[in-house]
Design a protein around this ligand. Structure first.
Ligand code: HEC
Ligand code: HEC
Length: 290
């Protein structure tokens, strides 16, 4: 009797499993993809409300040094760091201007951003793949990095499996150690200035001559002391830095280098002047090198 009951129970379980699998197969066909590519399914409220909106993150800014990487990835991490800090030497054929990644991502992106920190890259290894408006799709770090090669560096994209790209991505991953996947990383990205001020390019030019030209050159072409801000050797018109919002926010926090003292209004004035000066036009170059 007991044996029969057990057998019956077992049969029931198996039957439910088969019906369940069948049903999920049928229902999976009804999951629709909308135009933006999002999947329309029931959203688990609890998980969403817990996601990364806490004021204080439960992890600290503490990137490990490139030279402390484990032996098997150390060469890649160090090459990645070298590319970020001396792009024209270590990834020469993909660069089309006289900039280096570190001119905007100070110290190869190893900083905490904020004042005098430039644009941090610590934690990008945990923040990607990520949705980007420009592509209207989630992009990974290879594609995001090539965006900076093609626009900020006015160059051409690296093959995903090239030694250089592998090194860059390994470097990102190493310096992101300890940052939880998809955490809200407070030091990443450009913090946009909040202002309704309408900038004035004439004031911007005066400010440029007083506050920037001694390092960046009177024609924005760069000097031994600082990289170019416009002209043929600068970032092109498709670059993030060519946008008024990004340029003004970066300048407000970082320039003049070491002593960023421009008001929000003046940062906007100088940004309008510089971003409307002539610079290379973004034209997608494909293939290797340029
Ligand atoms: C004391 C010299 C100095 C002054 C003055 C200065 N900068 Fe810079 N700037 C630099 C240096 C050096 C870098 C590159 C930093 C690095 O590589 O770590 C830089 C980088 C930049 C960058 C990013 C790289 C590029 O060339 O596009 C921008 C944008 C910029 N400066 C804007 C300005 C603006 C606007 C002013 C005036 C308000 C200004 N800077 C004043 C030295 C200076
Ligand atoms: C002229 C300035 C400039 C140069 C040079 C530059 N970048 Fe960027 N980079 C930016 C700006 C601006 C952003 C946008 C930050 C944001 O999304 O808020 C950015 C974003 C990035 C991001 C995504 C960061 C994030 O927070 O999502 C990566 C990765 C990156 N750059 C890598 C590179 C690499 C590698 C190089 C050199 C090959 C480089 N960049 C050169 C300005 C620059």
């Amino acid at each position: 009797m007991v044996k029969n009951k057990l057998l019956f129970a077992l049969l029931l379980v198996v039957a439910f499993a088969i019906v369940g699998a069948g049903l999920s197969l049928v229902f999976s066909r009804f999951i629709k993809f909308s135009d933006t590519g999002s999947v329309e399914t029931v959203t688990p409220e609890k998980i969403v409300s817990q996601q990364g909106h806490s004021a204080k993150p439960d992890f600290a800014f503490n990137p490990p040094a490139p030279q402390d990487a484990p032996t098997d990835i150390k060469d890649a991490v160090l090459l990645g760091y070298n590319i970020l800090t001396n792009t024209r030497k270590y990834a020469a054929k993909y660069v089309g201007n006289t900039l280096t990644c570190g001119n905007c991502h100070f110290k190869g992106g190893m900083t905490e951003g904020g004042k005098n920190g430039g644009l941090s890259l610590v934690g990008v290894g945990a923040a990607y793949p990520k949705f980007r408006k420009r592509q209207n799709y989630a992009v990974d770090l290879v594609s995001r990095t090539n965006d900076c090669f093609q626009r900020s560096m006015n160059g051409s994209p690296l093959p995903a499996d090239s030694r250089e790209m592998m090194a860059i991505v390994t470097y990102y991953q190493w310096i992101s150690k300890g940052v939880p996947i998809y955490a809200d990383v407070p030091w990443l990205g450009v913090k946009q200035l909040k202002s309704a001020y309408k900038p004035d390019a004439v004031k911007g030019k005066q400010l440029f001559m007083q506050k920037c030209s001694m390092c960046h050159g009177a024609n924005g072409q760069g000097t031994l002391a600082a990289p170019p801000l416009w002209g043929k050797d600068s970032f092109n018109d498709g670059a993030g830095m060519a946008k008024l919002d990004n340029f003004s926010a970066f300048t407000h926090l970082n320039m003049p280098l070491g002593n960023p003292d421009l008001s929000i209004e003046d940062a906007l004035n100088v940004a309008l002047f510089v971003t409307t000066e002539p610079r290379p036009h973004f034209a997608e170059k494909t293939g290797q090198g340029s």
